[in-house]
Design a protein around this ligand. Structure first.
Ligand code: ADP
Length: 683
């Protein structure tokens, strides 16, 4: 105790000495009374009816001035005027000014921490405005020069930074701003925390946000004189703050019901000095805290938005949703508007899946929950059935995922309808498969029957044809013998009738031969006999046979653009195909001509047989290669034939490894294209 008193004595003496020196210098330099600006900002400075009426800063200044022997006069004004006058140097000091970075550029300030303050964005109790975001488009009462409004990081900065546009009503002091809020002239007011507490005792008001903690000090015009004044005040402040019965602690008590001075009296002076230093540090920390608070506020907004989105998602989902803990206990349930849960929520909330659901379902769900927990964030699916109200099973699809904190979110969808549809579909599919199977068996046996029938037909035709050909050949032979007069002379009528018998007989022989050819081809009994020859060789055969037939009908017969290509195939078959095609071309063309072209195309050769006849109508093209197909009915327009030539030709083309196609259409003459390999592919 004795040591503390000695220390206090030394410190006090030191301070007194410093004060005496600075007082001497500042008092000596004073040529006129100091003009000290005071505005109404109770309890820090009070102005009543244009007269200074006390306040913390006023009392502190009075005590310093007395100790320093300064002469001074009060200049009462409003804050904005005060700032303007100090800046111009028309005031020597202005009391109660928030010390900010911008202002440090313009003014000198006391260095000691006299008072900490911050801005409050206040709304009326019960106001629907709950966040800064809701100030968009709203009217806010502010003081134009107020650092909490227009200073950097003030409310204007803050709202602009958040993209919130508000309307501001400029008022002369905090009291007026709070009155405007009471009178509903504005939706919010930006005031200092001291004004807020002082005027309203904070009742009837809600703090929407706290902004920008600052230190309050005394502002001076920038000059050497001001620096001396400031440092003289700075030297006194700690002692004045430390005085438990002084203005500082009295004001604190008035405002915040601070502890009794007697308690503080026991605190040694050195500790109060330390406290003062601490207060300055706290001021700095408060600024950092303000920055952090802003970050926290923004993050909180983000989180709220995310939460809001999630809750909306919950609400929008038509399925049932469960939140479970890592033990599978159901913590939360979001009902579905359409589905009733298996048991009412009060029976399953707080219980585990196995306690609530029958073993058939829980034996599926529990392992799925474990999987979800093992792979947090990865979706896990499971499907299970539960007995429905009517006893029939209802099917559920569950999608779940675990959070990294070990909670599981499960969405349960009633898929009974889909299930039933799928089952129905499966039944239909099974039926269809059975039907297809049965039809396939039927078709197979029909195909076998057809094959047998076709083979029987071929056998029959070949039989009948052989049986017919022998007597027919005899008839034609004997008729020719009679016609040659070998059995005696014939009269004119006998000759005419025998001529008819011979023509009909030959016709029938041709028919039988063609039927035999076709049935041989169809039954695959045609024997290919390849030999080497050129396209010119075979076309010379065709020209020899057809040239005169064409000219007798007044038609031109030409070979156009023919490459001479060496072939190794069945010459007789190729000749027969080309003859069939050219015979038809000459037969069906009444004027113009017939031409044959041939082109080599890598390992194949193509023959084109073209005419200037009527062509083949579109409707007949699909069946033109079927046996006994003849186009048109008018026998005069359609010269005689059996409708077998093209089917035999197509069959022979296939036998040679090629194909026969009709490429022209009705009205433009006919064009048949025969394509075969240059070399018959012998296996
Ligand atoms: P056929 O000539 O003995 O009647 P085909 O099988 O050779 O039998 O021909 C079938 C039918 O195709 C013919 O009756 C005829 O109507 C039509 N046809 C064939 N070639 C031509 C052609 N070059 N011009 C017009 N029609 C043709």
């Amino acid at each position: 105790m004795a040591r503390a008193s000695a220390l206090r004595l030394i410190v006090t003496l030191g301070a007194a000495l410093a004060l005496a020196l600075s007082a001497a210098s500042t008092a000596a330099a004073q040529s006129h009374p100091l003009r000290i600006g005071v505005y109404d900002n109770p309890p820090l400075s009070k102005v009543e009816n244009g007269q200074v009426a006390g306040g913390l800063f006023v009392e502190l200044f009075e005590q310093v001035a007395e100790a320093e022997g300064w002469e001074y006069e009060w200049v009462t004004l409003d804050f904005g005027e005060g700032m303007a006058l100090v800046e111009k140097g028309d005031l020597d000091a202005l009391l109660v000014v928030a010390v900010t970075e911008e202002r440090r550029e313009q003014f000198d300030f006391t260095k000691s921490s006299i008072w900490a303050n911050w801005g409050v964005v206040a709304v009326r109790d019960g106001s629907p405005i709950r966040s800064l975001a809701q100030l968009k488009g709203k009217k806010i009462a502010v003081l134009e020069e107020d650092t909490y409004y227009s200073g950097s990081q003030g409310v204007r900065d803050l709202l602009e930074g958040l993209g919130i546009e508000a309307n501001y009503l400029f008022l002369p002091d905090y009291e007026a701003a709070l009155d405007a809020l009471d009178d509903r002239a504005v939706d919010a007011a930006v005031v200092s925390r001291v004004a807020h507490r002082m005027h309203r005792g904070e009742s009837g008001l809600t703090q929407l946000a706290v902004v920008k903690p600052v230190q309050l000090g005394i502002a001076f015009p920038r000059s050497a004189h001001s620096l001396r004044l400031a440092s003289a005040i700075d030297a006194h402040i700690p002692g004045l703050i430390a005085d438990p019965a002084g203005a500082y602690n009295r004001t604190l008590r008035e405002l915040f019901e601070a502890p009794e001075p007697a308690v503080q009296q026991r605190i040694p002076t050195w500790a109060l000095w330390a406290l003062a230093a601490l207060a300055a540090g706290v001021g700095g920390l408060a600024a950092v805290a303000w920055g952090l608070r802003r970050v926290v506020r923004l993050r909180t907004q983000d989180l709220r938005r995310a939460l809001d989105r999630m809750e909306t998602l919950f609400a929008a989902n038509p399925d049932m949703q469960f939140v479970l803990d890592a033990e599978g206990r159901m913590l939360r349930f979001e009902p579905s508007p359409e589905l009733a849960p298996y048991v009412p929520p009060e029976e399953f909330l707080g219980k585990t899946v196995s306690e609530v659901l029958p073993p058939e379902a829980s034996s599926i769900i529990v392992p799925a929950l474990a999987r979800a927990l093992d792979y947090a964030g990865t979706p896990v699916r499971c499907s299970y059935a539960l007995p429905g109200a009517d006893g029939a099973p209802r099917h559920y699809d569950c999608h779940m995922a675990a959070t990294t904190r070990g909670e599981i979110l499960a969405i349960v969808h009633d898929s009974t309808e889909v299930h039933e549809l799928l089952a129905e579909l499966q039944r239909e599919r099974d039926n269809l498969e059975a039907e297809v199977e049965a039809r396939t068996v039927e078709l197979r046996s029909a195909a076998t029957e057809l094959r047998h029938a076709s083979a029987a037909k071929s056998r029959f035709l070949s039989h009948v044809s052989h049986e017919l050909r022998t007597p027919l050949n005899s008839i034609v032979g004997f008729t020719e013998t009679l016609l040659a007069g070998m059995a005696g002379p014939l009269n004119e009528e006998q000759t005419r009738q025998l001529e008819m018998v011979r023509r009909s007989g030959s016709h029938l022989v041709d028919l039988v031969n063609e039927i035999l050819d076709l049935s041989r081809i169809e039954s695959g009994r045609t024997h290919v006999d390849p030999s080497e020859f050129t396209t010119s060789d075979v076309l010379a055969d065709v020209t020899a046979a057809m040239g005169s037939a064409a000219s007798s009908r007044g038609l031109e017969f030409r070979l156009d653009d023919c490459d001479t290509v060496t072939l190794h195939t069945d010459r007789r078959m190729l000749r027969q195909i080309l003859l069939n095609l050219t015979v038809n071309a000459v037969k069906f063309t009444s004027e113009g001509g017939v031409s044959v072209e041939c082109r080599e195309d890598r390992d194949r050769v193509r023959f084109h047989v073209l005419d200037t006849g009527p062509g083949i109508p579109e409707s007949a093209r699909a069946s033109i290669f079927d046996p006994f197909t003849r186009v048109g009915t008018d026998e005069e327009a359609v010269p005689g034939g059996f409708g077998l030539g093209l089917s035999i030709s197509a069959g022979l083309a296939e036998t040679l490894g090629g194909r026969l196609e009709l490429v022209s259409s009705s009205g433009r003459g006919s064009e048949f294209v025969l394509e075969i390999p240059k070399r018959f592919p012998e296996s």
